[in-house]
Structure formats: structure tokens, C-alpha cells
Unconditional design. Structure first.
Length: 183
């Protein structure tokens, strides 16, 4: 069964966006497939599987104008950045190889300059996080911080009694507590 990206039209177009053109050995292809699968699962975890599938149902166009086209374009860009981020850590030789198929332009990129690769990876991660935030389901006007004081009359029942609880979600994402406890 072939591994295909969630938002880009095909593995070929995704790898073109990642700037990998000649990945042909079996071990490299396995790592590429693993990265694509990890990114798919990451979208499911971060923006929920339902939201990810809804966005994947939109039409990817070259020049997005509608809200749906903008969302799928943002998702496709974020997917390419995320795969790049994973592969740059696992297969850095693909990004710094000096073969003609890769091209000299890639060799001038930040990853291969004298700066630390960690700075490049950090900037990619920031772009990925921004993209994922843009793709998350908009918050309803009715939702928001829940005052723990409003849960019950006994404030001594919880150490968060005077704080605000923004949540610990089943997917393991962090919640925020105010009032002396939390992350």
C-alpha cells in the first residue's frame, strides 16, 4: 500500500515541494514514507481527525481565494514544512548533496550555511506551529475559560479553586492553570 500525503496532490508533488527529487534507495524511501505517515497522524492529533478530513476534502488550487481553498493551501504548505522538518533531521545528506539533481540553490539554504542546523529546524518548527494553529477549529463564542469557583460551593476541594482551567485534553496537549499550579 502506497503512502500518500494528506493535503498535497501526490507524494511526487510533496517531495518536489520538499525539494527532494532523487530519493531512490529503499532505506530513504522508507524514511520518507514514515515521515509522511507521522505528519498525517500529527494532523489528526493536533487539529482532530474530523477537522483534518474536512480540510482534505477541499480542492487544492494554485491560486486560492475562497476560505476553503485558503485552508487546504495552508494545510498543504504546513504538510510540506513538517515533512521537511522531519527529513532534515533524519536525512540531512538529501538536503546538502551537491549533485546536479538537487541543485546548487539548495546548497545555499540556511541548513547548509555556517549557522547551526538547530536554528533552521527551529524556524521550520515555528512555521509548522503557526500553520497548525491556523488550521484548528475556530473556538465557539460559548466556550472559553471555566472558572473553577463556579463548579461547586466548596472552594477547598481543589487546589485550583481561584484559578482558571483551560484544559488538559485527551490528546495529551498541555493545559494552562492559573493560581499557582500548572504548565
Amino acid at each position: 500500500m502506497a503512502v500518500e500525503p494528506l493535503y498535497n496532490a501526490s507524494k511526487y508533488t510533496l517531495l518536489s515541494r520538499v525539494r527532494i527529487q532523487d530519493a531512490d534507495d529503499e532505506a530513504t524511501l522508507a524514511l520518507v514514507d514514515q515521515a509522511i505517515t507521522e505528519v498525517r497522524l500529527g494532523f489528526y492529533r493536533r487539529i482532530t481527525k474530523e477537522r483534518a478530513i474536512i480540510i482534505a476534502g477541499y480542492t487544492l488550487v494554485d491560486n486560492p481565494t475562497s476560505d476553503e481553498e485558503v485552508l487546504i493551501a495552508k494545510a498543504a504548505n504546513t504538510e510540506a514544512l513538517w515533512v521537511t522538518w522531519l527529513l532534515a533531521q533524519r536525512l540531512p545528506h538529501l538536503f546538502i548533496d551537491n549533485r546536479a539533481s538537487v541543485g546548487d540553490q539548495w546548497n545555499d539554504e540556511q541548513l547548509t550555511r555556517d549557522t547551526l542546523p538547530s536554528e533552521y529546524l527551529k524556524s521550520l518548527k515555528t512555521l509548522i506551529d503557526e500553520g497548525l494553529s491556523d488550521l484548528e477549529e475556530p473556538v465557539n463564542a460559548d466556550s472559553g475559560p471555566v472558572k473553577s469557583d463556579s463548579i461547586g460551593p466548596d472552594e477547598s476541594a481543589t487546589p485550583y479553586a481561584r484559578g482558571t482551567f483551560l484544559g488538559l485534553y485527551p490528546d495529551g496537549s498541555k493545559g494552562v492553570f492559573y493560581g499557582g499550579y500548572g504548565i
